[in-house]
Design a protein around this ligand. Sequence first.
Ligand SMILES: *Cc1c(COP(=O)(O)O)cnc(C)c1O
Length: 361
Amino acid sequence: MAIEFNERVARIPVYPAASAYALPEDVALLASNEAPDPPLPAVQEAVAKVLGGLNRYPDPTNALLRRALSDRTEVPPHRIAIGNGSCDILLAAGDALLEPGAELVYAWPSFSVYPHLEAASGARGIRVPLNDRQEHDLDAMAAEITAATRLVIVCNPNNPTSTAIPLADIARFLEKVPRHVCVLLDEAYCEYNTLEDPDSSIDLLKKHDNLVLLRTFSKIYGLCGLRVGYALCGGDEFPTAVNQVRQPFFCNQAAQAAAIEALKHQDAVAERVERAVIARVELESGLAELGITPADSQANFAWFDLPDGYEEKAIVDGLAARGVLVRAGSALGREGALRVTYGTPQQNDRFLHELGVLLGA
Ligand SMILES: *Cc1c(COP(=O)(O)O)cnc(C)c1O
């Protein structure tokens, strides 16, 4: 006899892990939108300091971290939720908001974790295709909202397409969304967006108590190995609800300490953004030499269709064989595309060189 699982388990997609974990050291890891730089020395020291206290549970209220985030954002601490990565908050939002008969609206292709929410809850997921610039089509998304809609997710900048939509468009969209619908603006990459002050979306919280800004320490802060993310909320109910549906100690001590320290180094954040923008320009011009025009990236990665006549799998496997790991578009909603994280200048050069070899350039 095999173990009999509930029917949700058959529905929930298995997250496709990047095949990077038992590889030699000189592999260029450009598949998971990670920061190429190690955590700052001060952040590593903050983690080292808590190690001697690991016989104690972490603070379940995340008080110091929420205070630090509140000081930076002016969002009151009781409107800030913390998570074991921002995905933890995302999944908890699905758990707290969705159920059979409810509806969830999101763009597609977008973040590969969103389909999990409908599968886990039995809600109906409505995927709204991106427009031909590979951006969210907010009018089409608004048109899908019904009395059954509980959650709308907007990913800005969007993963995997790297594109951003103007905040003014999002503000107009929010005016149209009924107040019973939670709008979750996933801003995992907002710091890399040079078209907009990353913190300007925070003003929208004052006007929309149904708005949640989902952010993370995984990308620009380079702490994805520790798992810590947060949500800035327009109202009080969201943090309470996502805390109700989760285990009490969802953010570990080391993660809390690292995040608090990392927030003190905004100069390093600015430097990382600068380096990402340099990488963006270099990759765009290198790809242009190969006849490839990537989507207009406002994130830390490039997204592009391969030239006609080239198989995605052959290119992804060929790059891997040459020590460069990237993500295949078919795993992300668009066959024939590649998503390539900006690495160090050397890694970016290596990627461009190897892609050129594979394309016969
Ligand atoms: C990377 C990413 C996240 C962050 O996930 P964590 O759980 O915080 O590591 C969230 N949303 C999107 C769209 C992402 O690409």
